[in-house]
Design a protein around this ligand. Structure first.
Ligand code: SF4
Length: 350
């Protein structure tokens, strides 16, 4: 499927999060079954209007001339560093840009890392996106469009993580709407358990996920496991300290019965001491978790260095001694700044 040039006069609507009936209304179709046909073309085959060959030619021509595309956005850049990560820049009609990444694990599993906001207000000290501030929230349709663009490039993408730009639980309603659409078995059909929301620790959002009983996976970006350190690394901690976050996670786990991932971005001399490992173990106590150790990806404009091998081994050894399960995530996409917490694009000022 080709990407859409941004040189048209057509209306920029997104059909990506609409039901078949909403498509009928939005496009002014005379036949109801055509809403279902178009829904299927968009969500199962990720097609453009010109490719919807079971629609009458005249209708296809009208849709192209009036709307140009079922998507409102287009891919304005694709970057590969030759590793297992591919980053795309997605441009919306207001010229706002977000990044999304395809991560391949080398064993055939492809994961889409989606953005939920343009920029982010949370200001984590180690994060490139945090330096942008918040520009705006994305709509559910704009989030789904990122996935459709990714599927056009990598058709067998089967997993989704909300770990791109933005804090998903600061845009909870639109993220949940996008997840429900991505899950629809008659459409894109991604199982809930293949989707992960990663949060910096917004307690009201964690409570909302529990109340809605949304059976996705949950990850907490921990990165500092005592309040004084986390207040500096992740300022949201001054509003929702670790004790409150843990209470919310305990309540979540009691109802949802799902293991939670604790993401831990490792920065040399900052958060990788033996005491830091003990603090992680203390936070993990009473929760069923796995700690995901992520070596920091250095960014020129930020003053942090990645963990050394010696620091990593000693931290991991202490976790093992304290019986805290962990995995090590290889930091993919380093040379394209496409790894955790490091997506950022220049603000578009036009
Ligand atoms: S790490 Fe996540 S929550 Fe923190 S500033 Fe970056 S995007 Fe926002």
């Amino acid at each position: 499927m080709s990407n859409i040039p941004d040189n048209n006069e057509g209306k920029r609507v997104s059909l990506c999060c609409l039901s078949p009936d909403e498509i009928v209304t939005t496009l002014g179709l005379s036949k109801r079954f055509q809403g279902r046909q178009i829904y299927s073309w968009i969500n199962e085959k990720h097609a453009e209007f010109s490719q919807m060959t079971n629609l009458p030619l005249q209708l296809r021509e009208r849709l192209i001339s009036e709307y140009q595309s079922p998507l409102s956005s287009h891919v304005s850049d694709v970057q590969s560093d030759g590793s297992d990560a591919l980053k795309i820049a997605v441009t919306y009609p207001d010229n706002a840009i977000v990044e999304a990444v395809i991560l391949s694990d080398g064993k055939g599993r492809n994961t889409a890392c989606l953005s939920s906001q343009i920029g982010c207000a949370m200001g984590c000290a180690f994060c490139r996106t945090g330096t942008m501030g918040l520009v705006r929230n994305l709509t559910a349709a704009e989030i789904v469009e990122q996935f459709i663009h990714i599927r056009r490039l990598q058709p067998d993408t089967s997993h989704i993580v909300f770990m791109g730009m933005g804090e998903p639980l600061a845009n909870t309603e639109q993220v949940i709407r996008a997840i429900e659409h991505l899950h629809d078995p008659d459409g894109i059909n991604i199982s809930y358990r293949r989707m992960t929301i990663s949060t910096c620790g917004l307690v009201p959002g964690i409570n909302t996920l529990r109340e809605r009983q949304l059976p996705v996976r949950l990850a907490l970006s921990l990165t500092g496991a005592n309040d004084s350190k986390r207040d500096i690394l992740m300022p949201i901690n001054t509003r929702y300290p670790l004790r409150e976050v843990k209470e919310a996670l305990i309540a979540y786990q009691k109802e949802m019965k799902k293991r939670i991932t604790l993401e831990y971005v490792m920065m040399s001399t900052v958060n990788v001491s033996q005491q830091d490992a003990k603090d992680v173990a203390l936070f993990a106590r009473g929760l069923e978790v796995v700690v995901n150790l992520i070596p920091y990806n250095e960014a020129a404009e930020l003053p942090f260095c990645t963990v050394s091998n010696r620091e990593f081994e000693s931290f991991a050894h202490e976790l093992t001694r304290l019986k805290v399960p962990y995995t090590q995530r290889l930091s993919k996409g380093q040379s394209i700044n496409g790894a955790c917490g490091q997506l950022a694009v220049p603000l578009n000022r036009s």
